[in-house]
Write a protein that binds this ligand. Sequence first.
Ligand code: C5P
Length: 232
Amino acid sequence: MGKDVIIACDFSSAEETLTFLDRFTGRKPFVKIGMELFYSAGPEIVREIKKRGHRIFLDLKLHDIPNTVKKSMAALSSLDVDICNLHAAGGTAMMKAALEGLTRPDGTRPLLIAVTQLTSIDQRTLEEELHIREPLADVVMDYARNAASAGLDGVVCSPLEAGKVHEACGNGFLTVTPGIRFADSSSDDQKRIMTPAQARTEGCDYIVVGRVITAAEDPVAAYERCCAEFID
Ligand code: C5P
């Protein structure tokens, strides 16, 4: 898969999500489904969106013992999603088990990417609550290396980290980056942002874009603008 724009469909109901996606009559966007929608609408929403021809990043961030993650990943893989993810903090054995679970009988599997550290974790929380004494940036890069050595396909990271991740883990290791805003749009609650054009220059492989598209007056035009800056 090449570079693409992934729309974060952060809606709470299947109806709202499908009504939103109905607006896209040309290019079928790659969509991200998160915990809120999956837990409220269930696997059926994944099947329905897939049936409509969209690719899907199922953002459920699994983190459990290897055997449980392996079996859960097998269930997600049977939904025919394109990208799944987990927390690198679950360890290398868990990540390897996840890959095994994802692999279908015919040998194909969705891409698997890791969350290194949540952007809601700061240095103080890392040290005082998680008892990790290293600088946060080093932890992020170490977790990315662990994910690469476990055989994963990439990480979710800030667009500002994409270059360093590629340096450490190779250019083929995918960087999937939220925190995207147009030069003329509000940053909302995102602290470290880039435009789609800057993300392209940084070498990001996929950008995850939510409110810039979902809350736009014309979501299709906002999506096309993202694509024009990032891919076309
Ligand atoms: O609306 P916005 O473009 O900020 O949405 C970004 C999407 O990426 C949301 O679904 C958010 O949960 C997700 N995300 C993020 N930062 C991370 C990981 C995921 O913004 N570090």
